[in-house]
Design a protein around this ligand. Structure first.
Ligand SMILES: NC(=O)c1ccc[n+]([C@@H]2O[C@H](COP(=O)([O-])OP(=O)(O)OC[C@H]3O[C@@H](n4cnc5c(N)ncnc54)[C@H](OP(=O)(O)O)[C@@H]3O)[C@@H](O)[C@H]2O)c1
Length: 293
């Protein structure tokens, strides 16, 4: 029931129509009997400042921020968590109301830790990996590379269709020389992918390749087995079983769906907003159900 005491959480992004987050968070609020509601708020590019002012004026308690606003929203914050500052991206907001009518807007990023928690959930040794391959150089790849650098000591090959974007990502992350020396950017080709993956323990698809409706697409070539020792993490979660994950299964390699990361980053946001541990399994089940539909 929505009443005068209901605490509101918004999702600002463009588009947000197909987001799983409203179903996931509303189920979590219900499971913990919290009088909170999560609502999708479509905000066109260029309108994020007005949207955040609107959240404050309407008494929203908190929000998620998604594509394309994760960077732009930073200029609206009174404070940002250190990882959000390093990443230059925020996906979680808290609006604190102080004495009188003043408000403080705090920004967080839960994507990086959400990825690490999802890996851990699958039994992967997040501190022990020696070599990883990240395919992609967009916003998601940024959070993945940052979290891998902080969680382990291994080396990372970043492969991207547009090499300049991978190079820019590395120089833009504000890393110390020691961290930069653990990163190498190469153009994405069948040869660089297969060769880098052979030497690695972890392969991450951080591109949009394989996303619905292009479910038959994969970054991995059709006629080459995936090395059996490899853990393959596909950030794409729609569909949960991508072509790449099917290839991993056929090669008896360990495949992990991006759904786990979606749920884990959501669980971390939930804890920031409510102060309570999130009902992770409820959230996962709701997302699985929604994707089946
Ligand atoms: N599981 C989760 O919780 C989670 C969280 C965030 C994102 N994601 C997923 O991660 C993926 C990337 O998201 P993003 O926000 O980083 O997107 P983005 O910023 O738009 O970046 C897209 C990336 O995909 C590459 N790409 C696109 N089409 C390609 C193709 N045909 N061949 C090779 N590379 C191609 C782009 O390469 P160029 O630079 O050459 O264009 C770029 O590196 C999406 O599928 C998104 O749904 C999942």
């Amino acid at each position: 029931m929505v009443d005068g005491h209901t605490q509101l959480v918004g999702l600002i992004g463009w588009p947000v129509k197909h987001s799983l987050s409203p179903a996931m968070h509303n189920a979590a609020f219900d499971a913990l009997e919290l009088n909170w509601r999560y609502v999708p708020l479509p905000v066109p590019p260029g309108e994020v400042e007005a949207a955040v002012r609107g959240l404050v004026a309407l008494g929203f308690r908190s929000a998620n921020v998604t594509v394309p606003h994760k960077r732009a929203v930073i200029s609206m914050l009174d404070s940002a968590a250190p990882n959000a500052r390093d990443l230059g991206a925020v996906n979680t907001l808290v609006i604190e109301r102080r004495e009188g009518s003043s408000t403080v807007i705090k920004g967080y990023n839960t994507d990086d830790q959400g990825f690490i928690n999802a890996l851990q959930h699958e039994g992967f040794d997040v501190g022990g990996w020696k070599s990883a391959v990240v395919v992609g150089a967009g916003g998601a790849a940024r959070a993945i590379i940052y979290s891998l650098l902080r969680s382990g000591k291994g080396e990372i090959v970043v492969l991207n269709r547009t090499l300049e974007r991978a190079q820019a990502l590395i120089s833009d992350l504000g890393l110390c020389p020691q961290e930069t020396s653990r990163l190498r950017a190469l153009p994405l080709t069948v040869e660089t992918l297969v060769e880098s993956a052979r030497a690695a323990g972890l392969l991450i698809n951080a591109t949009t390749v394989g996303m619905w409706p292009h479910v038959e697409h994969s970054i991995w070539p059709p006629d080459v087995p995936i090395p059996v020792h490899l853990t393959v993490f596909d950030l794409v979660y729609n569909p949960p079983q991508t072509r790449l994950l099917k290839q991993a299964r056929e090669s008896r390699a360990h495949g992990i769906s991006g759904l786990g990361m979606l749920v884990e980053q959501g669980a971390l946001s939930f804890k920031i907003w409510t102060g309570k541990p999130a009902p992770v399994e409820v959230m996962r089940a709701v997302c699985e159900q929604a994707l089946k539909r």
